[in-house]
Design a protein around this ligand. Structure first.
Ligand code: NI
Length: 154
């Protein structure tokens, strides 16, 4: 099911999201709906608060397949990258944001099983962008310089 994506200015996007404690069918449905919504909007990442759900849930697909993160926590990051970044809650605007070049994180899958992932470049950027959403932080807070819109939205 395609969900409505909230836009910048909606106060829900500034809320702090709660840990997921119930790994049930409802969580699975949320993840499925979020992924479908993200693909429909031509994005590479989507966080639950963007669809009005204040839970620590993220979906990402930077072209290498579907990634589901429940209760993600960054465990290490190093290096830096400066690239243009956008957001499905702010279509049509992109800006340069400094992010780490490499990120390691731990999370849980939809069944509650602990997972560990690492990402570099675009995936590292997506991890940081989406986890920021769970803490009410938006990329516009971190933009160094706004740029013309181009392909790809987180
Ligand atoms: Ni975003």
């Amino acid at each position: 099911m395609i969900l409505e994506i909230l836009k910048f200015g909606d106060p829900v996007l500034r809320e702090h999201c709660e840990e997921v404690t119930e790994f049930d069918d409802k969580l699975g449905k949320l993840l499925d709906d979020m992924y479908e919504t993200m693909l429909d909007a031509d994005g590479i990442g989507l966080a639950a608060p963007q669809v009005g759900v204040l839970k620590r849930v993220v979906v990402i697909d930077t072209g290498d397949g579907r990634i589901e993160l429940v209760n993600p926590v960054i465990t290490a990051m190093w290096g830096k990258q400066y690239e243009a970044e956008g957001c499905l809650s702010c279509v049509g605007k992109r800006g340069i944001v400094k992010r780490p070049a490499h990120v390691r994180l731990k999370a849980q899958n939809r069944f509650g099983k602990p997972i560990k992932l690492r990402g570099r470049e675009l995936l590292a950027r997506a991890f940081c962008h989406e986890i920021d959403h769970l803490n009410g932080i938006l990329y516009e807070d971190k933009v160094i310089e706004w740029v013309e819109d181009e392909e790809g939205k987180e």
